[in-house]
Design a protein around this ligand. Structure first.
Ligand code: GLN
Length: 468
């Protein structure tokens, strides 16, 4: 029997390579787990029953374009859209022999922090189905935690890999901007979007990153990695300097149980040999959120202009072309994309551009400098990933601002283009707490090393308590 709840991707690859399990048997084991547990969770929008690669399976967030497999980005407007080509990340997974297991649920166009904005219904948290899995990549995070995929890809604009990984108790990497191709990804905010891995262990996360990362001639914003990805082995943190930004660790929105678990992890860093010191990023938390909610909607309003009923997915019946555009967009977009299109269009309009978009870009530069200054003293900055553990479904849907606050601590480093790793660091109220590790550009190997040592020392059991 294959225990998909505990099997790591690394072990699964070992089983297949040694011929102990065939890729078809492995794929079938996950399909069976999905049949058993996904009716309750709704992590998947669609599942591919038959294996299509010689290695282990993978699940992809539904913003990732897959040839011949419907790709909706959680939106009605893309219903029925079947890409005629693979995104670069999907192609790289295929080239490594990975078998596409299915497409995972997401907030519509990755806009959200709970997966409740999906036009196809919410995903539930495997630890407690009355709670959200986080978002926008709640489907990928829930799938990994529930043993419905050995690993998965998500996408992160302002926290959509890190925050769901925190709420579901797994490892998620938002890579350095420009290290992973966006070619074939449904665009939300192009200067922020990055695809990255979600996995059960830091080593699996590093392995998957090594498969997808690197220069892609189809995406001119990508670069070659300056050094090869290293699978972490070290058990200590000797020689590493860990910074604890006080604004990220003492914010009033942070729940006491979250703060305690993170404090213990910081203490562990010291015990493992790291030098730990307090620091300050005075503007990041205060101005990150308003800056993000100008830049991201501005770019989204431009990116979403392409959904006109002509080229992709849904098309409304209408008497003439203009009416067809209008009706298609009225019917096809949910409330959150509409809200962002309006905010973004307003912020970009003549007369307001400098005051809003232009000003936000200046703040963004300030945040980049503020982070860079700290990395002269520290190798990594630590904080909670999410101020709270997983909240109840419906708790924040009526109040967009309360929902936006979920990403308070993940957004600043996203604006600065920096990589961030979520590592589970304990439980609060029986629900996972995530530690966020932020490093300078291209510091993924350092993040993996620290994450791996902490993961071993913490010994977090990623299997939701009710299935142990
Ligand atoms: N929750 C944030 C938003 O709604 C971030 C989403 C994301 O990273 N895709 O914009």
């Amino acid at each position: 029997m294959i225990d998909t709840l505990r099997l790591t991707a690394e072990d699964a690859i070992g089983l297949v390579e040694r011929g102990e399990v065939s890729s078809a048997e492995l794929h079938q084991a996950y399909v069976a787990a999905i049949a058993e547990r996904d009716p309750e969770l709704h992590a998947y929008l669609r599942v591919l029953e038959e294996p299509n690669g010689p290695s282990i399976p993978i699940a992809l967030k539904d913003v990732i374009g897959t040839k011949d497999v419907e790709t909706t980005a959680g939106s009605r407007i893309l219903e029925g859209y079947v890409p005629v080509y693979d995104s670069t990340v999907a192609a790289r997974c295929k080239a490594r022999g990975l078998s596409l297991l299915g497409k995972t649920n997401t907030d519509e166009f990755a806009m959200g922090s709970s997966t409740e904005n999906s036009a196809y219904g919410p995903t539930h948290n495997p630890w407690d189905p009355s709670r959200v899995p986080g978002g926008s990549g709640g489907g990928s995070a829930a799938a990994v935690s529930a043993g419905l995929a050995p690993w998965a890809l998500g996408s992160d604009t302002g926290g959509s890999i890190k925050q769901p990984s925190a709420l579901c108790g797994n490892v998620g990497l938002r890579p350095t901007y420009g290290t992973v191709s966006r070619y074939g990804i449904v665009a939300f905010a192009s200067s922020l979007d990055q695809v990255g891995p979600v996995a059960r262990t830091v080593r699996d996360c590093a392995l998957l990153y090594s498969i997808i990362a690197g220069r892609d001639h189809c995406d001119s914003t990508t670069v070659e990695l300056p050094h090869a990805v290293e699978l972490p082995e070290a058990e200590d943190l000797k020689g590493l300097r860990v910074g604890v930004p006080k604004e990220f660790n003492e914010h009033e929105a942070i729940e006491p149980g979250v703060r305690d678990a993170v404090q213990r992890a910081i203490e562990l860093c010291r015990e493992l040999g790291a030098e730990v010191g307090e620091c300050s990023l005075p503007h990041a938390v205060e101005y990150g959120m308003p800056c993000y909610y100008l830049i991201a909607p501005a770019e989204a309003s431009s990116n979403l202009a392409r959904y006109d009923g002509v080229r992709y997915g849904h098309r409304a019946a209408a008497a003439d072309r203009l009416e067809m555009y209008e009706r298609t967009r009225e019917e096809g977009f949910g409330d959150e994309p509409k809200r962002r299109i309006m905010v973004g269009t307003y912020a970009l309009s003549a007369g307001y551009y400098d005051a809003y978009y232009g000003q936000a870009q200046k703040v963004r530069t300030l945040l980049i400098r503020e982070h860079a200054e700290q990395f002269e003293r520290f190798d990594v900055l630590v904080s909670p990933t999410s101020p709270s553990v997983a909240f109840e479904l419906g708790a924040r849907t009526a109040n967009p601002l309360a929902m936006y606050l979920s990403d308070l601590l993940t957004i600043p480093s996203c604006l600065a283009g920096l990589p961030g790793l979520n590592v589970p660091c304990g439980l609060s109220e029986g629900l996972p707490v995530g530690l966020q590790l932020i490093g300078p550009q291209f510091s993924e190997n350092t993040l993996f090393r620290i994450g791996h040592a902490l993961e071993n020392a913490i010994g977090f059991d990623g299997v939701p308590a009710r299935w142990r």
